[in-house]
Design a protein around this ligand. Structure first.
Ligand SMILES: Nc1nc2c(c(=O)[nH]1)N[C@H]1C(S)=C(S)[C@@H](COP(=O)(O)O)O[C@H]1N2
Ligand SMILES: [Mo]
Length: 297
């Protein structure tokens, strides 16, 4: 939860005495320890951008989330009734210590930091946002993957009663699911997101827990995760199952590899749709290229 402590000058005259008496020094210091109150304080300086941050209103009102709608501009309002709490995420499969985490435990026990990441949708729109969260590796490591674990499978929540897109797009293989190779999941860039712009993640952006994989097309960054499985075989993925000719498993951003229906050489920054050149691995080559050496991915 975002806690705002009003400054003296923000408090109306008639409340000033009561408020300052209520917020004693210990309470203020305790509140300041919450990660969500001072986002800039734990921004990870390793992640820098080559473009301005997308304005918050744009990143939170132009979304892809097929469980709600295929219309990007109506997801925000359709997602208002979704209940992101209570929430648990289960880690299971080929691991010595399968576990179930509540979202509150993740937010308080994981090393929450802020990262400025580029995001590139396969449809060629792009943005740059401050995510709050923690490395996916932190969670996987604690489950102690066994030797047979070669891939990781992720599953989104399945709530047709709260998600009209599930009710009305019956042809899709719900619930949404995704996958990574284990080394990709353990790469320091792979980030589990709990917040954005210093606030809890809004429903339309994948509350309460989604992935951010900035070197891959956006559809890999699965939202509303309820289950993570360590598996031995390359798992099937939602978009590969739905349209196998258009969406592969790896889906690394590659300006030279066109989508069957459009070029990927250029991307457009929301909300003004300014055109910029697409970069290999979306600009994250130095972090990830070694994982794909010698392979045609
Ligand atoms: N469960 C789920 N996750 C999803 C999607 C979806 O439809 N369902 N869309 C993906 C796509 S295509 C993109 S581009 C990003 C969009 O994230 P944003 O709305 O926060 O920008 O979410 C990804 N994660
Ligand atoms: Mo996307």
């Amino acid at each position: 939860m975002l806690i705002r402590i009003p400054r003296g000058w923000q408090i109306p005259e008639r409340q000033a005495t009561a408020e300052s008496a209520y917020l004693n020094r210990r309470q203020i210091l305790a509140a300041m320890a919450l990660p969500s109150i001072l986002p800039a304080a734990n921004r990870n300086p390793q992640f820098t951008l080559d473009r301005p941050l997308t304005e918050e209103w744009a990143a939170t009102s132009y979304n892809n989330y097929y469980e709600f709608s295929t219309n990007k501009q109506e997801i925000r309002s359709l997602a208002k009734g979704f209940k992101p709490r209570p929430w648990t995420v289960e880690i299971a499969g080929a691991c010595a210590k399968p576990q179930v985490w509540s979202i509150e435990d993740l937010e308080t026990k994981m090393p929450i930091e802020e990262r400025l990441y580029r995001h590139r949708c396969v449809e060629a729109w792009a943005m740059a946002v401050p995510w709050m969260g923690f490395p996916l590796s932190e969670l996987i490591r604690r489950a102690e993957p066994q030797a047979g674990a070669k891939y990781v499978r992720f599953i989104s929540v399945n709530r047709p009663e709260e998600m009209p897109g599930i009710r009305y797009s019956g042809n899709y293989p719900w619930p949404y699911y995704e996958g990574l190779r284990l080394d990709e999941a353990m790469n320091p860039l792979a980030f589990l997101v709990t917040g954005i712009y210093g606030k809890p993640l809004p429903n339309q952006n994948g509350a309460p827990l989604r992935l951010a994989l900035p070197w891959k097309y956006g559809f890999k960054s699965i939202k509303a995760i309820v289950r993570i499985e360590l598996v031995s075989q390359q798992p099937e993925t939602f978009w590969n199952k739905a349209v196998p000719t258009e969406y592969g498993f790896f889906a690394n951003v590659n300006p030279k590899k066109p989508h069957p229906r459009w070029s990927q050489a250029v991307e457009q920054l929301i909300p003004n749709m300014e055109r910029v050149a697409t970069q290999p691995y979306n600009g994250y080559e130095k972090w990830v290229a070694a994982m794909y050496k010698g392979s045609e991915i």
